[in-house]
Design a protein around this ligand. Structure first.
Ligand code: SDX
Length: 434
């Protein structure tokens, strides 16, 4: 819980002389939060903050971001150290439970996840309802929502054991659902999860294996995907996590809340940017075209934005983008694809943009989505599945935030206010007089 710092801001209305005393609450690190609960009662106003740029709707112990310094901590551990030394299953345990696991705890957790990777056979029939060119994010969101129909009578959100089983089920099953969506779009048979493979290897196997020949797993690709999952696992109160929290705050079935998170992530301003970056790079085509596209990005009337650039919180390099950029060279070289023209173009685009006053003055740096697609492409993942990969990883963060909220005795339904700018009161006019 947050503590009062003892510091209070006093806000006075000079016209009425009324004052509000607003205490400052502090977390363990980072700026304090002004508690405005008494504002409407004391001064008859509330705050106005479109896009919640300056609003903390909750406190949380999961992830900390310092946007100015480019710092990202999962439960206090720097993302750089976790990227170098950990694995996605270990990071999933850390984000969910709050501590790094012992070897025994990790083995038990990984076993629990592995136990739940299959999906009910009737769920597979859902995919027949989708056209072959349906976007996989739409399919994944719909099928996850349908899981609330399977598990509604065995899902008491106030029962810790039910919450734990939900956590294991959804983290285990989302790769299986994601791969089924991909196989449906190819018209290929669904590939079952394998209990002899680790999490990332299982994703690749379910995506690319075919029944008519043995699947040759590429350890470089599996390690690269595992690291991308680590980097995408959580990011405090981003749009999709806030969506999961808001949906979950009504007491809705958590599978339905996660489905809402998948839908929110899909947008190109959020997780959908990784797919949009590749389309943008292909649209730019050559280094010579970069100035033309930067001009468009600076022209508001063009509605074109440099995808993979900018961030609501990071006003410095996104630490994940730095790690992924370094990863690109290593993975592409290991895969024998280091002459990747898209990577060269992305590197030049970053170099030119970061010398341009428009981007520098607005502190627009590459974010997590700028380079990730280069790696997804190199390991064979189709562009339409990039955001699905993001969703697989972020499910860990969504579940952890949902758990943190539901188990908080002080939890309240989320219900923002608004500034009304519509017509004042007026009487109904009979249609004959209009
Ligand atoms: C993710 O929140 C998270 O943590 C998200 C995420 C996570 O892990 O969950 O980090 C993942 O979603 C990363 C962001 C991926 N999205 C993109 O790459 C899309 C391109 N970026 C932008 O659309 C934008 O930067 C946002 C959406 C990311 C942030 O938008 P903000 O905070 O609302 O910023 P803004 O629109 O107020 O921009 C401030 C200024 C504006 O110009 P001015 O009005 O000051 O003249 O910067 C400009 C914007 O026009 N600007 C851009 C730009 N991003 C901001 N101009 C050109 N290209 C861009 N990409």
């Amino acid at each position: 819980m947050t503590d009062e710092t003892g510091k209070t801001f006093e806000l006075t209305d000079p016209a009425s002389g009324r004052s509000a005393h607003l205490p400052v609450r502090s977390g363990s690190i980072g700026p304090g939060g002004l508690d405005i609960a008494s504002l409407q009662k004391d001064l008859g106003v509330f705050t106005y903050d479109p896009g919640y740029g300056m609003t903390a709707p909750t406190d949380s112990r999961i992830t900390y971001i310092d946007g100015d310094a480019g710092v990202l901590l999962y439960r206090g551990y720097p993302i750089e150290q976790l990227a170098e030394k950990s694995s996605f299953m270990e990071v999933a345990y850390l984000i969910l439970i709050g501590e790094l696991p012992t070897a025994k705890e990790l083995a038990e957790f990984t076993g629990n996840i592995r136990y739940h990777t299959m999906i009910n056979e009737t769920l597979l029939r859902f995919f027949n309802g989708f056209h072959h060119n349906a976007h996989p994010m739409a399919m994944v969101s719909a099928v996850i929502a349908s899981m609330s129909a399977f598990y509604h009578d065995t899902m008491d959100i106030h029962n810790p054991r039910h919450r734990e089983i939900f956590s294991h089920r959804i983290i285990a099953k989302i790769p299986t659902i994601a791969a089924a969506a991909h196989k449906h779009s190819l018209g290929q048979p669904f590939v079952y999860p394998r209990n002899d493979l680790d999490y990332a290897s299982n994703v690749l196997s379910m995506l690319f294996a075919v029944p008519c020949e043995p699947y040759k797993l590429d350890p470089v690709a599996a390690k690269a995907l595992d690291l991308l999952f680590v980097l995408h696992a959580d990011h405090e109160q981003n749009a999709s996590t806030s969506t999961v929290r808001l949906a979950g705050s009504t007491g809705a079935n958590p599978y339905a809340a996660i489905s809402a998170g998948v839908s929110a992530l899909w947008g190109p301003a959020h997780g959908g940017a990784n797919e949009a970056v590749l389309s943008m790079l292909e649209q730019i085509g050559t280094v010579d075209n970069i100035p033309k596209f930067l001009t468009m990005a600076k022209d508001k009337s063009s509605h074109f934005r440099l995808m993979g650039f900018g961030h609501r919180v990071y006003k410095n390099f996104d630490p994940r983008a730095k790690i992924i950029r370094e990863m690109c060279h290593r993975v592409l070289a290991a895969l024998g694809r280091d002459d990747n023209p898209l990577l060269e173009l992305a590197l030049r685009l970053e170099e030119i943009a970061l010398k341009d006053e428009y981007f520098v003055s607005r502190k627009l740096y590459p974010n997590v989505d700028f380079y990730s697609g280069v790696i997804y492409s190199a390991i064979g993942i189709p562009r339409s599945m990039f955001t699905v990969m993001f969703a697989i990883a972020r499910t860990v963060g969504w579940v952890a935030h949902w758990q943190e909220m539901i188990s908080d005795p002080g939890m309240r339904i989320g219900r923002p206010r608004q500034l009304y700018t519509g017509p004042t009161r007026r009487d109904y006019v009979d249609i004959k007089k209009r």
